[in-house]
Design a binder for this molecule. Structure first.
Ligand code: SF4
Ligand code: SF4
Ligand code: FES
Length: 235
């Protein structure tokens, strides 16, 4: 297939972004990740203005939907490059941009350390042995599949990088810990949940269908709200 690829590039975190357009033949059953590797393997490639393309900087590790490193905006929506086939491109057009809610490091690479910082801030860990019931096992398993890609934050109208609301990338992992907390103690996670998740989520569910690994985000939100807020308010 003939493909016109618009890539939003940036030399470093301090530079202004610019668009580069490339035209080439590609295989429709290749992924965006394969395409980027193919482009980077060519040192003769020129853009539509005759300028050299050079290396397009992007991140990957697993190429199997397991690490989240290759998350970027593909044709306007956040997605994983290793999980997006070129056959999804309409009219032979592909646009690639870095995620917008995180600082750009270079080209399609962003700094997502904020998500890990937020998990630390809400104390998202167990301090003693887990209380693991059969009922919670399915929820824990599903929540543990979160790869911290940040796609859910990209579409969330309430998440701002410098804001107090931490979004689904925080409440999905939190739902797992909350479901295992032993009873009878005040937990920092429960307190932080109210401030950084419950009070900031508008329940718009824009994040509902976006998770590339298919986590049921709405289910995790309702369960963690129930454990961290409702059961404590009404008991
Ligand atoms: S329900 Fe809406 S506000 Fe809450 S995390 Fe999802 S997109 Fe964001
Ligand atoms: S919940 Fe899904 S979309 Fe959000 S960070 Fe985790 S894996 Fe990515
Ligand atoms: S490279 Fe790991 S999820 Fe795409």
């Amino acid at each position: 297939m003939k493909l016109t690829i618009d890539i939003l590039r940036q030399k470093d975190s301090a530079s202004a972004p610019y668009k580069q357009t490339i035209e080439l033949d590609a295989r429709s059953d290749d992924t965006v990740a394969t395409l980027l590797n193919t482009i980077n393997a060519r040192d003769d490639l020129k853009d539509i203005n005759g300028e050299p393309v050079g290396t397009i900087h992007w991140q990957c590790s697993c190429l199997q939907k397991k690490c989240g490193a290759c998350a970027m905006r593909i044709n306007g929506d956040p997605a994983l490059a290793c999980d997006t086939k070129l056959s999804a491109c309409k009219r032979g057009k592909l646009s690639l941009e870095p995620l917008r809610k995180f600082p750009t490091v270079r080209d399609l690479i962003v700094d997502r350390s904020l998500m890990m910082d937020n998990l630390r801030t809400i104390h998202n860990w167990l301090e003693q042995s887990a209380h693991h019931t059969g009922k919670a096992a399915d929820l824990c398993y599903d929540a543990s599949r979160c790869i911290q890609c940040g796609c859910c934050l990209e579409v969330c109208p309430n998440f701002m990088p410098d804001g107090d609301f931490y979004g689904a990338a925080a409440f999905v992992p939190a739902s797992r810990i909350l479901s295992q907390l032993p009873k009878g103690k005040k937990y920092d996670l429960v307190k932080a949940y109210g401030k950084h998740i419950y009070s900031g989520c508008g329940k718009s569910l824009s994040c509902h269908d976006i998770c590339p690994v298919g986590i049921d985000i709405e289910h995790k939100l309702s369960n963690s709200n129930a454990v961290a807020v409702w059961k404590r308010l009404f008991k």
